[in-house]
Each structure stands twice: as C-alpha cells, then as structure tokens.
Design a protein around this ligand. Sequence first.
Ligand code: ZN
Length: 193
Amino acid sequence: MFSAIFPVFCLGCKKFNEFICRECAQAARINLEQRREGFSFHASFRYEGLIAEALHRAKQQNQFGYLKALAGLLRKSLPLTGNLCLVPPSTNKAFRKRGFNPSFELAKLAGFNVSREIIRVRQTDYQQGLDSYSRQNNIESAFKVKKRGSFFLFDDVVTTGATIREMRRAVEDAGGEVAGIFALCSTSPKGAN
Ligand SMILES: [Zn+2]
C-alpha cells in the first residue's frame, strides 16, 4: 500500500518496487548462532547496511512497508514453525512515544503468535547510545513474568544482550525457562551503533 503512494526501490540495489529484494536480502543474511554473556541466540542478519537502514526507516520514520519487508525476511530465516509463540520485550516509554513496539509488530507480521507474558515493571531509558555497562544497569529488574512458563524470547536487535539477559532473569526468577532466543539482527557487542 505504501508503494501505491511513493515509488519504492530496493535499499540495496535500487530495484524498482521492492523494499528489500530477494538477492540483497540473501546477501545480508547470516543465520548464525551468536553468543553474548550468559546465552546464545539465533540472529538472521547483522545490524548493518540495508537491514539497519530498513529498520531505521520502520522505527524512526514509521515507514511500515520496511517493517513488513523485514518481517517477511524474518519468517523465512527463522528455523521455527508458525505456531510458535515469541515473547518480545514489552513496551517502554520510548516505544510508546513511537506508537508501536517494533519487536512485537515484527513477530506478529512474520506470522508468529506473540505473547505479552513478560511485562515491564520499571521504565528504563532507551538502550541505544548507552555503553555495555550502562545498558546492563539501565535494564536491571525491568521485567516481570505474568505467569511461569517456557518462553521463546525475541528482540529486533541484540547488541550487548542486556535486554535478553534481563528477560531471562525474569523468566527464571518466576520458576520458568527460556526455550530459545531469536533476533532479527545482532550487532557487535561493543557497538552501541
Ligand atoms: Zn536489491
């Protein structure tokens, strides 16, 4: 519907009428198990180039065509069946201002069930721009699990892993377990982009 208003060109190769064309998406994919302190996770892309640009346009400029395109790529790249329920970090002030929760929308648009079982009990600063130590402090005790269970965690971008670690702490404190962790993108652990 976006393309009906503005002409769209692939962010990578400028191909007409594509947000991210198949070839450029394929070239950007990593599909790797990544490690951060205390956990490993599956990341579909590195947070750079056209993927970072698409996410930026979706999140900062509300260009939902890019969100949809990324969701389509996510669906194809995750080694998961459709009925699985993913749990993104719940809404923060930064997201609320923006009007939507990117991780939640990505998982939903990708066709997964999405759960809001992990809720935010403490407002935190926006993680972007904070160094590794500040990120960990900022996010500490931010989440609580509504009820004990086994969860698949999902975040759009994993940088230092602080958000995921905190979500997992909340799950485990409630006596539950984390069955898997997935991200659309991962950055270098040191880079706060
Ligand atoms: Zn392209």
